[in-house]
Ligand binder design. Structure first.
Ligand code: NAP
Length: 250
């Protein structure tokens, strides 16, 4: 069943990893897309894959932490497709530096700028169009670290993701009267390029802490995004859904 026939979606950080799986999954379900990232070569390859599926796709290269980029992305969606039904804020970076060793520019401000401010900017750019349409689905990709601290992450990462979880609830409350749904997904360890570089010892130690005994896949996250972007979730807003194999439950 095509869940997103005729829908128009923006996906940030779509050039690889989880974002790419999200973009392809939304396209397979009938959505046309604006895909964003900073790597133009990878975005062009993705756009060709999406067009081969029979869905429309245009790329928008740029850094989501620049407000004009977020505005430009929404403008492109309106020019090309005439509406914005779905916004997936997936672009994000991580740092592992402990608090007292952080370089404030690289390890703190940059993480907050991309993960938190970038999400705010794209929401501010897309929501006015969603209000005009009286419809919108926003899905923010955060992290288990938004809810419980992680020893191997810089504090900026969890702070930014917790900030996005709060923003999710705030926007859900403020925008409900416009029929705009705002939710978050909080993944635990997902098998991406980064985890391929782990030593076997580190991999074993990560797996030992996951009750389901396996890493998540980008497709697991994409399937949850599909649910929240479709009418299957039409009584859910302001949620931050755990997707972590049972690692953290609340
Ligand atoms: P990834 O493989 O490193 O991919 C990150 C994506 O974000 C890339 O497409 C990258 O695009 C894009 N990006 C980074 N900075 C950007 C910026 N300033 N402007 C626009 N795009 C930018 O990461 P991932 O593992 O797929 O993670 C995706 C999301 O899931 C992130 O928000 C991450 O925090 C979250 N998450 C991941 C895990 C995990 O285990 N992997 C767990 C929990 C949460 P370019 O390469 O083109 O710059």
């Amino acid at each position: 069943m095509m869940l997103l026939e005729g829908r128009i979606a923006i996906v940030t950080g779509a050039s690889r990893g989880i974002g790419k799986a999200i973009a392809l999954t939304l396209a397979m379900h009938g959505a046309s897309l604006v895909v964003n990232g900073t790597r133009e070569d990878l975005l062009r390859e993705l756009a060709a894959e999406i067009q081969a599926l029979g869905s429309g796709c245009v790329i928008y290269v740029g850094d989501v932490s620049v407000q004009e980029i977020a505005q430009g992305m929404a403008q492109l969606a309106m020019e090309q497709f005439g509406r914005i039904d779905i916004l997936v804020n997936n672009a994000g970076i991580n740092r592992r530096t402990p608090t007292l060793d952080m370089d404030l520019e690289e390890d703190w401000r940059k993480v907050l700028d991309i993960n938190l401010n970038g999400t705010l900017y794209t929401c501010m750019a897309a929501i006015p169009h969603m209000i005009d349409q009286k419809y919108g689905k926003i899905v923010n990709v955060t992290s288990t670290t938004a809810k419980t601290p992680h020893r191997n992450a810089a504090p900026s990462y969890g702070t930014s993701k917790a900030g996005v979880n709060y923003l999710t609830q705030h926007l859900a409350l403020e925008m409900a009267k416009h029929n705009i749904y705002v939710n978050a997904i909080c993944p635990g360890p997902i098998d991406t390029d980064m985890s391929q570089q782990w030593t076997s010892e580190y991999r074993e130690s990560v797996l030992s802490k996951i009750p389901l005994g396996k890493l998540g896949t980008p497709q697991n996250v994409a399937d949850a995004v599909l649910f929240l972007a479709s009418s299957m979730s039409d009584f859910i807003t302001g949620e931050a859904i755990n997707l972590n194999g049972g690692t953290y439950m609340n």
